[in-house]
Design a protein around this ligand. Structure first.
Ligand code: GLU
Length: 270
């Protein structure tokens, strides 16, 4: 197999010019459910230094629902779809306000794209979205993407931001996708339950990986669970884009991955 773009996280980041960074709700929210602004500031600082080094960045940020609950402090337990969509409408504004502030301190503007399944299946919409992404990035603006949760419904939804970030990476022809979750990577079994779980640092064959690990239910590893991360990896690696899964909660994780001080699970591109 010909390995594209690198065989370890530091090499992949070094060789990548266009990087999609996905941040999950668990990484963005504190234990009390409030949005972790300190994390966002620190993350924006690391993005700014990558951009200084000539990298181009697109962020896929979850957290609209969490931000909605913490902002309005109501409806947290309501499961009906229209309340959940309403929470996302409220939370998305808060989320972007915080990202705007975090990047503004580095003199960087952000732009918001709210996407859903149709934007990736309708050629004209995909083209428009691609053009917007290219224009923003060329002008030094950081696009921040989320699913358009307030208008998307069951059939029209992508449903999780792991798959959304994979589709984005493909549409933008990224060189690397990094998913930040609340786990260091893929383990042989769930490390929250089993002490002997060991981190799998490199994955060449996702089918083989599926059969060799025990895949927990959703929320073992964040909103989408490990399954959606494997789906994302399958999507991008088939397009020649490697995917790195790493712990977003670790301090300076992006810098440390870039300089080889931190690791995660790297899915090698085909
Ligand atoms: N779009 C959802 C939100 O912003 C998150 C989906 C996901 O975490 O995968 O709340």
């Amino acid at each position: 197999m010909k390995i594209r773009n690198g065989t370890n996280p530091a090499e992949c980041i070094k060789n990548a010019r266009k990087i999609v960074l996905k941040i999950g709700s668990n990484t963005l929210a504190k234990k009390d459910g409030k949005i972790n602004f300190e994390f966002m500031q620190e993350f924006a600082t690391q993005c700014a230094s990558l951009m200084e080094a000539g990298k181009q960045i697109v962020i896929v940020s979850s957290g609209a629902q969490v931000a909605g609950v913490s902002t309005i402090d109501r409806w947290g337990r309501r499961k009906d779809i229209h309340y959940r969509q309403a929470l996302c409408a409220i939370g998305q504004v808060e989320l972007m306000d915080k990202w705007r502030c975090a990047f503004a301190s580095h003199g960087i503007h952000i732009g918001q794209l709210l996407l859903t399944n149709i934007d990736f299946v309708d050629d004209q919409r995909t083209l428009n979205m691609r053009n917007t992404l290219f224009t923003l990035v060329d002008e030094g603006v950081v696009p921040i993407i989320n699913e358009n949760d307030s208008v998307s419904f069951a059939e029209g939804r992508i449903g999780d931001n792991d798959n959304l970030s994979a589709l984005t990476a493909i549409a933008w022809s990224a060189d690397l996708l990094i998913l930040f979750s609340d786990i260091d990577g893929v383990y042989t079994c769930n490390p929250k339950e089993f002490k002997d779980a060991s981190l799998i640092e490199t994955v060449k064959n996702i089918c083989e990986l599926r059969s060799s690990i025990s895949i927990g239910t959703t929320n073992d590893f964040g909103t989408g669970g490990i399954e959606t991360k494997l789906e994302a990896a399958e999507k991008v690696t088939n397009y020649g884009i490697p995917m790195l899964l790493a712990h977003g909660g670790r301090k300076n994780i992006l810098d440390d991955l870039a300089n080889g001080k931190a690791t995660g699970t790297l899915f090698l591109a085909k």
